[in-house]
Design a protein around this ligand. Sequence first.
Ligand SMILES: [Zn+2]
Length: 184
Amino acid sequence: MDAITHCIETYLSPRENPPAEAIALDGLRRAVGFIERAVKDGTDREARKEMMMAALQGGLTFQKGLGAVHALSHPLGGLKEVSLHHGTLNAVLLPAVLRFNAPDAQAKYAEIRKVLGLAPETDLADWIAALVARLGMPASLSAMALPHGVIPAVAEAATKDHSSATNPRAATAADYAAMLEASF
Ligand SMILES: [Zn+2]
């Protein structure tokens, strides 16, 4: 899910870099196509190969910049109170961030739906949340045992994270707090 998030966030980053966008979309297509097989059967070598390629592609492209998911998962991952897994955090946060970004990313969301073979009316955030559920991952930050009281400090830290600058929609601390609450 970290690889999927890298591909989505780097594609949505407003920086101009068409080759990186093409790599990100190809990585996303591979990961979404094979992640369920790879999770169901870890010995499925074809699925594992495609996931490795997606992870590499996400890494190749994120020089274009990430976004609000990583702006939040970086400070969350640095908390002393609780040890939180980076990829799981991204999986849990991605739907709320996709909903927040939607007004400023309609054309790119349409392209993502096309690349993934989804119907034009598909709600990307709902679709990702359903994928995360099928993978058996936590559905919320509270399920990951995040203390609710850290939300204001994490939201403030997210505004200062380098990934925040390339989110397609500018986010304030109040916006980040709302995304955290929606994911809680
Ligand atoms: Zn990441």
